[in-house]
Design a protein around this ligand. Structure first.
Ligand code: LLP
Length: 421
């Protein structure tokens, strides 16, 4: 069951509510519209997949840091994966249990590491200097840090190079040649930290589970080697990265169940706790960006639908050439001519597009147009370029009512940065 469906009379609905009706009740467009129940269903898919394993589902907050969504996921039982001090602060604010939080990153500052050490979150060791900082933070906080070593397994995730991380020339983690050096160093710092696990993250938008299995085999091999030196390794953190069906073509995309099944026996055979760090696969398909058509124009051989949303609100197509499915919220009329359009925003950049070469009926001005699968890495990557202020967010509650879950940013918010200078 998925939250976005079509009504019998051809209107796009979110949990049975016509998106068109929502557009008429909210204050402005574009806006993000989520289904709270879809978030629950996505989480439950992970929970069911992990049955029989000791596990932590660490939601990667970078995908979407809406506080209401974080609180909802926390209540469902999620932990959190953080990549900055502010993400850590937000997770604590949302009530996440610090012992189910993991602090990741290749450039963690000493100040942020001190907070992590004080709060008792897991910390991933990413490099030599990162280890130095973690040790220093543990001393300042007067607390021993539970650490995982991020090892780069050099497995090709077969994704866009901008979202690949687990290959050998990546800026993340350490390579196996340095493993022994790190183990010796960790031993020397046994007052400051305890090595409790290993971590890897291959990349994002991965749609073949064999890739995760290949990495797990390599990583468990490292765990065997590390245990053989007397370390008590309890955690295997396999990272995130499971892709979703952005194309809406009905292609079979592996589910959380498929993902966990490929590593289940390996994890059980070594008596490990499994940490998994999903972002996109928990949140992307729970949301769309709702826009209005400002007008239609043609230039040369191109036709354009110009909408009020843009790369400022949703940058993935511009940044990665990402495909996100686009459709109108209302049925077309029989005489609306079908053309091939680029869907573009009002921002002064030629890279400001949400979709290219889409076959769509020619829409009247004011028509609602949605960009699907906008729950992950859309609002959290939004900017105010061209002073397009960040949009409001709403969700459909379990009872079908609409609630605002984030205010839209305003021009006055912008002016506040200059007050009292
Ligand atoms: N764990 C680590 C260490 C990560 O770096 C990431 C994502 C995740 C977990 C969550 O990955 P997910 O399950 O969401 O794929 N902005 C890009 C995606 C960047 C992903 C960064 N790291 C996009 O819009 O596609």
């Amino acid at each position: 069951q998925h939250c976005f469906t079509k009504s019998e009379d051809g209107y796009l609905c979110c949990e049975g509510r016509k998106v068109q009706d929502v557009m008429e009740t909210v204050e402005r467009s574009p806006f993000y519209l989520y289904s709270k129940s879809q978030i629950t269903r996505n989480f439950e898919a992970y929970r069911e997949a992990l049955e029989g394993l000791n596990s932590i589902i660490g939601y990667a907050i970078k995908a979407n840091n809406n506080l209401q969504i974080l609180e909802h996921l926390r209540k469902l039982g999620c932990g959190a994966v953080l990549v900055s001090g502010n993400e850590l602060r937000l997770a604590l604010h949302a009530g996440f249990n610090p012992t189910r939080c993991i602090f990741n990153g290749n450039g963690k500052t000493l100040e942020d590491l001190v907070l992590a050490a004080q709060e008792g979150v897991f910390v991933n060791i990413d490099s030599e200097f990162d280890l130095d900082n973690i040790v220093a933070a543990a001393r300042i906080a007067g607390k021993k840090v539970n650490a995982l070593l991020r090892i780069n397994p050099d497995v090709d995730p077969q994704v866009h190079p901008y979202v690949a991380t687990g290959n050998k020339n990546s800026k993340f983690g350490i390579r196996n040649e340095k493993l022994q050096w790190f183990l010796d160093a960790v031993k020397a710092y046994s007052n400051e930290l305890k090595l409790v696990g290993v971590h890897c993250h291959l990349g994002s938008t991965i749609t073949k589970v064999d890739i995760f299995k290949d990495a797990a085999v390599i990583m468990l091999n490292y765990i065997d080697q590390i245990r053989a030196q007397g370390f008590e390794i309890d955690y295997f953190n396999m990272g995130g990265g499971l892709g979703i069906d952005y194309y809406h073509t009905g292609d079979i995309i592996p589910t959380p169940g498929d993902l966990i099944d490929t590593v289940r026996e390996l994890v059980l055979s070594r008596n490990l706790n499994l940490i998994i760090e999903p972002g996109r696969s928990l949140i992307a398909n729970t949301c769309c960006l709702v826009n209005r058509v400002i007008g239609v124009k043609s230039n040369g051989t191109k036709n354009f639908i110009v909408i009020d949303g843009s790369m400022s609100e949703l940058i993935r197509p511009s940044l990665y050439g990402a495909y996100q499915h686009i459709e109108f919220v209302s049925p077309s009329q029989p005489d609306d001519e079908i053309c091939t359009f680029d869907i573009v925003g009002p921002v002064c950049e030629s890279t400001d597009f949400l979709g290219k070469d889409r076959k769509l009926p020619t829409p009247p001005v004011g028509t609602g147009l949605v960009v699907h699968d906008a729950g992950a890495y859309c609002m959290s990557m939004a900017s105010t370029y061209n002073l397009k202020m960040r949009p409001p967010e709403y969700w459909v509650e379990e009872d079908g009512s609409i609630s605002k879950i984030r205010h839209g940013e305003t021009f006055e918010d912008h002016l506040r940065f200059f007050e009292g200078l």
